[in-house]
Design a binder for this molecule. Structure first.
Ligand code: PAF
Length: 192
């Protein structure tokens, strides 16, 4: 597995894979990987010749600075898991690499982004649309994989892909749960 931290490096790896006629699967994550993420990774590896997993805690989707500060960051463990799974590229950019300039785009995500989590976390879904659209332009995947745990997020991403006319298939994957039924989530480490 190659760990890539620059957009230029990612372009090169993806171009190389394309020259070998491999389809590209992208699994966007914010790290702190668990079995839920790994199920997306497995699905991408089954359906594509080349899988890129991004690990990036995206500041533009946090409307609460404390939540951003305390979000679990476990890069070494994440890389070990991804390497063991046989992923081709772990893309782990810095904030400066992802956003050399502030992203001021405001997406018209429609009613789906205004209710439930959209109402509780103003700006959250716009930030998700910003980072996912960037990742899609950077990795130019054929398919991108998202968990149904964040069902509303998938709807928002589908809308962003439609607005931006991105040539990517959005693949939604079933929720993975703890034995007691709780949906796996990186933030579960905070639960007592
Ligand atoms: O679901 C997440 O982990 C994030 O919202 C995503 C899609 C990786 C964008 O930062």
């Amino acid at each position: 597995m190659e760990i890539i931290r620059t957009v230029r490096g990612l372009h090169k790896a993806v171009a190389d894979a394309r020259s070998k006629n491999r389809s590209i699967g992208l699994v966007p994550t914010m790290g702190a990987l668990h079995a839920g993420h790994m199920s997306l990774v497995g699905r991408s590896m089954k359906e594509n010749g080349f899988t890129v997993v991004s690990v990036f805690v995206n500041p533009t989707q946090f409307n609460n600075p404390d939540d951003l500060r305390t979000y679990p960051r476990t890069e070494e463990a994440d890389c070990r898991l991804l390497e063991a799974a046989g992923v081709d590229v772990a893309f782990i950019p810095t904030v400066e690499e992802m956003y050399p300039e502030p992203d001021t785009r405001v997406f018209d995500l429609g009613p789906v982004a205004q209710v439930m989590e959209g109402a509780m976390r103003p700006g959250h879904f716009n930030g998700v649309a910003q980072v996912v659209s960037r990742l899609m332009v950077m990795a130019s995947p054929d398919r991108a994989y998202f968990g149904e745990k964040d069902f509303q997020q998938i709807a928002v991403i589908r809308r962003m892909v439609e607005i931006e006319k991105l040539p990517v298939e959005i693949v939604d994957c079933p929720i993975c749960r703890e034995p007691d039924g709780l949906a796996l989530s990186s933030r579960n480490v905070r639960l007592t």
